[in-house]
Design a protein around this ligand. Sequence first.
Ligand SMILES: Cc1cc2nc3c(=O)[nH]c(=O)nc-3n(C[C@H](O)[C@H](O)[C@H](O)COP(=O)(O)OP(=O)(O)OC[C@H]3O[C@@H](n4cnc5c(N)ncnc54)[C@H](O)[C@@H]3O)c2cc1C
Ligand SMILES: NC(=O)c1ccc[n+]([C@@H]2O[C@H](COP(=O)([O-])OP(=O)(O)OC[C@H]3O[C@@H](n4cnc5c(N)ncnc54)[C@H](OP(=O)(O)O)[C@@H]3O)[C@@H](O)[C@H]2O)c1
Length: 389
Amino acid sequence: MSTESVPAPAAPVYSNKNPFHARHLVNLMLTGSGSEKDTRHHEISLEGSGIKYSAGDALGLQPTNCPDLVQELIVALHATGEELVPGRDGTLKPLRTALFGDYAITFTEKKFVEAAAEKGIQKLKDLLQPERSEDLKKYLSAQNECRDYVDILREFPELHFAPEEFVKYLRKMPPRLYSIASSLLAHPDSVHLTVAAVRFTAHGRIRKGVASTFMAERWTGDTTAGIFLQSQQKHFFLPSDGNTPIIMVGPGTGVAPFRAFIEERQALGHKGANWLIFGEQRRAQDFFYEEQFTKLANDGFLRLDTAFSRDQAEKIYVQHRLEQNASDIWKWLEEGAEFFVCGDKTRMAADVDNALHRIVETQGGKTPDEAKEYVAAMKKAKRYKRDVY
Ligand SMILES: Cc1cc2nc3c(=O)[nH]c(=O)nc-3n(C[C@H](O)[C@H](O)[C@H](O)COP(=O)(O)OP(=O)(O)OC[C@H]3O[C@@H](n4cnc5c(N)ncnc54)[C@H](O)[C@@H]3O)c2cc1C
Ligand SMILES: NC(=O)c1ccc[n+]([C@@H]2O[C@H](COP(=O)([O-])OP(=O)(O)OC[C@H]3O[C@@H](n4cnc5c(N)ncnc54)[C@H](OP(=O)(O)O)[C@@H]3O)[C@@H](O)[C@H]2O)c1
């Protein structure tokens, strides 16, 4: 008999095609009563998965649709839900099951509008004229006026789609990505997320972001959901040298990966200085992870600055805190600090980038072109890293 030990089987590599079916463990409100937001801390079990993530990585999640919306759609289609239709992998299953998990149903695909126009709906035919592309875009996706399939089927009751025909126009349900908010060293069998639930009203009906409300409302008990790891180590990773200082700019849910960074450096005993600049609307309701971060600040492990935008008449954002602390930011950068940004891509990330350029200009005594070169060199050296969405 061989005495050589048998190598342990490699952990399966989970992906969107082959996800791990995980259970949800903890669902905690991070926003208090009176907040305009519903942002939550979620903990998801990795037990039995062998999934190993690094600080900076993201988690892919395969959500399911809200059963109430599925029911509304079945009614709007004049169906029962029992009709057999092809699911996303082509196998036949009841319409209700396919609408629940296989397809995106919270907005409308253009090819459905084209099919409805072909069935004789003049208003939709007109909207499809090339010169009206902006009107079509607004009709389908304007802020608080977007339309899902239920809206259109109700607007034109003369429309009839057989279930099997209807599902042909649907897009497969895409997975959603979330920045991981925990360190595996601190939480060996779970992954934490910081998620803002998307909810708004359009055409008199409450609309729910699929994945964020799946997590907030429907991923409970024994329900499992497909998850997979999305490595981000090529563009968003901690410095390997634990003595390197880091500056982390993370307003809103953008704070998520920085909780992971902080926990990781704490677990590893890294001595490099940590500076977190967090922003949200109001201190009393929206200070995510206040206890954890404040304790670390009191212990001297973390420099913590906050920008609560709505606690005073004039908005204060994270970039204002950067500029107010410009000389320290410059000092940290000159001492080799890495600069991280996470959160809103369209507004915040651009404003923070401008602030960084201004700080380099004013504190470093550089021209605008020299400041651009300085920041570009930081990026090239992977000392300026962003994860924005
Ligand atoms: C790398 C990465 C990391 C991310 N990390 C996080 C994270 O840590 N935390 C987090 O909360 N999110 C994060 N996101 C965003 C996340 O992936 C989802 O996009 C988000 O949770 C919304 O998904 P949903 O399924 O709930 O909403 P969806 O069903 O996808 O609905 C969102 C859609 O609704 C639209 N919409 C929203 N409000 C309105 C309105 N008033 N009128 C009309 N349309 C509207 C939006 O434009 C958007 O297209 C991350 C994204 C990426 C790419
Ligand atoms: N793809 C999606 O469907 C989806 C879903 C959820 C979130 N997101 C993205 O994730 C981002 C994060 O959302 P969130 O709810 O966690 O937080 P957020 O909307 O980014 O808000 C966090 C803080 O940033 C402030 N802020 C607003 N504009 C800013 C700017 N130009 N510069 C700096 N700070 C600014 C906000 O202030 P005020 O509110 O007082 O202005 C608030 O205090 C969203 O903005 C969005 O881009 C996308």
